[in-house]
Write a protein that binds this ligand. Sequence first.
Ligand code: ADP
Ligand code: ZN
Ligand code: ZN
Length: 727
Amino acid sequence: MTGILKNSCYLTVALDVPLTRFFEYSFTSEIVPMVGDRVIVPFGPRSLAGVVLGVSSATQLDRSKIREITALPNDMPPLPADVLALSRFCAEYYGHPLGQVLATALPVALRQAKVFISPEPSGVYQASDVGLLLANISARAPLQRRLAEMLALPMARAELAAVSPSAMKWLKTWLEAGWVSFTAALPDAIPLPLAAALANKDQQAAIDQIVDTAGFAAFLLFGITGSGKTEVYLQAIAHCLAQSCQALVLVPEINLTPQLEARFRARFPTARIVALHSGLSDKERVVNWLSASRGEAHIVLGTRLAVFTPMPRLGVIVVDEEHDGSFKQQEGLRYSARDAAVYRAHQRQVPVVLGSATPALETWHNARQGRYRLITLQHRAVGGAMPPKIEIIPMHRAKTVEGLHQATLNIMRDHLASGQQVLVFINRRGYAPVLSCGECGWLGECKRCSAKLVLHLKERRLRCHHCGYEEQIPAACPDCGNQDLRPLGQGTQRVEAALEGLFPDAKILRIDRDNTRRKGSLQEMLRQVSAGEANLLVGTQMMAKGHDFPSLNLVVVLNADAGLFSVDFRGEERMYAQLLQVAGRAGRAGTQGRVLIQTGYHDHPFYSQLLAQDYAAFADSQLDERRSMQLPPFAVYALLRAEAEDGALAKAFLVELQSVLADAPSVQMFEPIVASMQRKAGMERWQLLVMSDTRHPLVNALKRVMPMLETRNNKVRCILDVDPIEL
Ligand code: ADP
Ligand code: ZN
Ligand code: ZN
């Protein structure tokens, strides 16, 4: 039977299954698939999509056992070498099957075992003579005229379609008349935009360093909010586009993309800018991804998943707010998109710019060590603008009204009276973090997690913020029957209610995750703030990031102390970043902003460091502490977390892993302990920490336990998290 297959080849294929091994298939045809091609293959009774990792004319296996692939869809360019290399790196470093890493890298539509038919032909439309085209369009058809004017430059279908639902119909007529032509070719370099702001001296030096880079270099662009980092990105990208290259820009959150996208579009009106984040539909995502992979999109603006986007003409990578925790994925492939971006830039030999006002200590350490080049923007870019004035309001024994100090209230009143906006920041949504019984001490707790239920008064529910469990607010204490149940502590809803009483004339707007779930609702609220339709804002960290509100001059921070005593070793680092970021919302338009921080620990050294607003000094002192405690970045950690309904099983599994790792060279291990959140969604959680001074021994050691994680019995679920955010 064997041997009669002519022109057949054998393919090594990675499949989206939780196994580290690959699979072999045969293929018979004139065309030979390429490494990185997508294939559809039979897998048991199912059909799966996979990625070709190797092509060979021979096989070691019994040929009669090898099945033939079902299809070579040819619906995307093969994954390029750098994306494959990045995926391999992630598979090895984060201990995740390569097939699943590749699935993460692909948009959903291309993970499926069916041929994807692109709704959009690649290529661009352009008018050969705009004057001639306009002469054939009625003066009373403004949309058609606008479309015609756009066609002076090469335009992709999506951009034209956005002008009017009829755009494609008109375009078809013009194509037939010969006034417009379609080219499947790549667009040319984008001319440098004329509208670029004049960079100041610091910015110009930064831009020069970045664009003068030949090959790889990692830059840390360090500067406070408003120091002009985005302007530096824009100009470095302009340079990149002028060289016919593509730019990849990563931002921490979907919510930040529309604002940044608008700024990019205003700067590069002729460039093709595509977004890639989880807020898009599957169809939008695949269209944008393909446009980037074909080299058509000039700029890709996306969240962490965009780091895997194939870009044949990649010229620069930007990671904005690089310190942000959301660059680390917290499920499945637990990768850091920031680290992946640096790896990718190295693969492609292009510069990568990491921007932040409060760099991650890992990044800061790299800069201090000279591995990254530190570029500092010292001043706010807008003339005369000063960094905000931060003041501490000691709360110890203070008389308060609804958690607000009398001094705070007075200052708020003055600001509102003079027509300015005030933001009250509290990083806790809901009404109160817990409901309690004053008689017996009962506290409302989640039945499935070791966590308190958060009181949501508006919805009349108690909700678990960890597993989604919720119940009605009990009419009386379940333990003693006392009817006087009391909310303890404050959340955004409670602050909002308090402010309604205290400032009856203010236009109050609360912004948190609970009231911005609907698509577009956050945008609408931000618009209201910008338009001055609200003057007293209550918000969580959602408000803190990236949004500009010109008449916001006072920020009040409630409940600031949480990070000071957290078990998390990054508590202070994160708190500093967050407070400085919130502070950055105050006073962007020429006047000095004011920030009041209410704290019960005003003499904690943290606050003197914050008041100095000298992040470099703070980061250096934090690094000293980390060094003495052998914490990252001075050691590399991996966390193995086992979950089971029966905690004893979870622990036993970790003990087993421990014995397998026991003699791994240059690796230290701790004892299995219960996780800081012991129960979550009904599962008991245990964890085992493994560490090493450098990456290699740790990665090698973890390879030993990988097969055990794959074949885990179904009573225990175990995840591996390399470089975890919390230990
Ligand atoms: P960052 O990204 O560091 O927060 P931006 O780049 O957004 O800072 O700059 C803050 C503000 O200053 C923006 O309104 C921007 O348009 C403006 N700006 C930046 N650079 C300059 C410059 N060289 N001259 C004038 N205005 C500038
Ligand atoms: Zn009670
Ligand atoms: Zn829960």
